[in-house]
Design a protein around this ligand. Structure first.
Ligand code: ADP
Length: 546
């Protein structure tokens, strides 16, 4: 019989214990006689259905023992105690004591067998119900454990997916760089008007790919909490006009009529112009994508107290009421709309909502249903006017001058290095190409080369080490060091600057911004408290690409 079904008997004087044990044995109830509190405690920890103690064991010392023992019970347990009263017991005093102990049944003397057996039967039944409760509790705990382990697995899978997206986007960027460079060269070399439409197609599709890759990278960064905003006080109208410029190719390709309605007074927001521009160009791109050719698109802004509401509205295919609440969820695409989706991934609106949220704003979608158009409203806090307000489109950007001087391009991706060299030659530079950092070091002549443009991830000697070695020689102080990499996060830029680079461009680099940087006389170092002008140029480039 399992130990948990036992009755533990502790009645140290006389023959009570033996008689009770004998009676229980006949009734097929298992019991165990304990000679002391210590033995009782030990046996209890091994398992017991109930205990039977006599009144005389409950002197001051004994009562404490019993109390301590019962205190340590697990939450499911309420051990039945049968208290065998003395012949001259003060029943009411004992009742009070019993009440203090807990689950106690009093057994009076002389004790009749039937009374004993019925008390024991009652205790056993109560105890079995407790065991049942314990079983359910354990099952619940196990289920909770299983749940938390599957939640952990889910979280790990999520983290792996985010890592995968980031790596995928990075890897996809590498081949885009030589394609863009080659395109640039071809366009300048073959100004044949017959080829222009083909160039335009490649250009458009390339931009679309860059946009998709950037969206992927961006969304994985946001979900990993790795997006840092560069906030400035900025004129909202300039952000909106920048976004329109970005979306112009899509709007024009579908011959949409765009109406812009902005308040005459300027509205200042505290925002990252690049990120906020992304929000509105994404919404405008969607309006263009999900509206039949020749449609009408409206971009409106209106101040509402200390907030500004910006509507991007179209008279396109609209959104079903059932889909509206989920359009901002990642990878959501309305099935019937896919014919017009033109290769979207269903992450644009997720990005919009995340970026707006990072700016302390909110975004809502509205549609009266199928073919009744859509309206997306972004609400942002208006910033109090302080200091200089930047114009998002024209805040940086040195004049273009023809490039002159010797430049080293180093990239272990030969296509990327060769095509970039061709581009720079077209702009007038004298370019030497190498495919390893060691070669770049060996051909660099202080005072002769004006710049080294280096990939960061290269075998043997990487771009960071190359920069450190170049900077270690004071004779190279004037050489401009420009990093080109598939990784464009803030910490990647910071690492590049720490290694000695003056600027960091994300692949595929915007050629105009790169040439502008090479020709500029912008001081290479970051002004105190500000961002390096080069970074702003690179950001401008990113905005134009997104
Ligand atoms: P994508 O455009 O890449 O599919 P988004 O996250 O930008 O992803 O949009 C999610 C879905 O929301 C789209 O697939 C489309 O069905 C719907 N949608 C977004 N904007 C509009 C719009 N202006 N009109 C109609 N449907 C839209």
């Amino acid at each position: 019989m399992p130990l948990e079904e036992r009755i533990l008997i502790f009645t140290p004087t006389g023959r009570d214990a033996a008689l009770i044990a004998e009676t229980l044995h006949r009734a097929r109830v298992d019991s165990h006689i304990c000679e002391s509190w210590d033995i009782l405690e030990r046996e209890y920890t091994l398992g017991a259905a109930a205990i039977l103690v006599s009144e005389e064991t409950l002197n001051a010392h004994g009562a404490r023992h019993l109390h301590d023992m019962l205190q340590q019970q697990p939450p499911w347990s309420d051990l039945p105690v049968m208290l065998l009263l003395g012949r001259n017991s003060d029943a009411s005093a004992m009742q009070q004591a019993a009440h203090a102990i807990g689950n106690v049944t009093l057994l009076e003397r002389p004790m009749r067998v039937a009374a004993l057996l019925s008390a024991v039967e009652y205790a056993l039944r109560a105890r079995r119900r407790q065991y049942e409760g314990r079983k359910q509790l354990l099952a619940l705990e196990r289920a909770a454990d299983d749940l938390s382990s599957s939640e952990r697995q889910l979280r790990e899978a999520h983290a792996r997916k985010d890592e995968f997206l980031a790596t995928l986007a990075h890897e996809l960027r590498n081949p885009l760089a030589p394609i863009r460079n080659a395109m640039h060269v071809l366009r300048r070399k073959t100004p044949d008007p017959g080829l222009a439409p083909l160039h335009d197609i490649i250009d458009r599709q390339l931009r679309q790919m860059v946009r998709l890759v950037d969206d992927l990278l961006e969304v994985s960064r946001i979900t990993r909490g790795k997006v840092a905003l560069h906030l400035e006080h900025i004129d909202l109208a300039s952000v909106l006009r920048g976004a329109v410029e970005t979306s112009r190719p899509l709007l024009d390709a579908a011959r949409h009529h765009l109406t812009i309605d902005l308040p005459s007074e300027s509205i200042v927001v505290h925002a990252d112009p690049v990120r906020l521009g992304q929000v509105f160009s994404n919404l405008l791109n969607n309006a263009a994508k999900y509206t039949e050719d020749g449609g009408h698109i409206f971009l409106r802004a209106r101040a509402l107290g200390d907030e500004v509401a910006i509507d991007v509205e179209d008279d396109g295919i609209g959104i079903d009421a059932a889909m509206l609440p989920t359009v901002f969820d990642i990878f959501t695409q309305v099935r019937d709309a896919n014919a017009r989706a033109q290769g979207g991934l269903g992450i644009g609106l997720t990005l919009v909502r995340s970026l707006v949220g990072l700016h302390g704003g909110r975004v809502a979608a509205h549609s009266d249903g199928r073919n009744r158009g859509s309206r997306f409203t972004v609400t942002l806090p208006i910033a109090p006017r302080v200091g200089d307000v930047q114009d998002a489109r024209h805040s940086a950007g040195p004049e273009h001058r023809p490039l002159s001087g010797r430049v080293i391009v180093v990239d272990d991706n030969r296509d990327a290095a060769d095509t970039l060299a061709m581009v720079l030659r077209q702009h007038g530079a004298d370019v030497q190409t190498t495919y390893s950092a060691m070669d770049a070091l060996s051909i660099l002549v202080p005072g002769s080369h004006i710049a080294v443009i280096a990939d960061l991830g290269m075998p043997e000697l990487d771009g960071f080490e190359l920069a450190r070695r170049i900077r270690a020689d004071p004779a190279n102080a004037e050489v401009q060091l420009i990093a080109l990499s598939g990784w464009g996060q803030l910490e990647d830029r910071a690492r590049a600057v720490a290694a000695g680079f003056d600027a960091h461009f994300t692949k595929p680099a915007d050629i105009d911004a790169l040439v502008a940087l090479l020709t500029s006389r912008t001081p290479p170092l970051c002004p105190p408290g500000g961002r390096p002008p080069n970074e702003r140029l690179a950001d401008q480039a990113a905005r134009r690409l997104s």
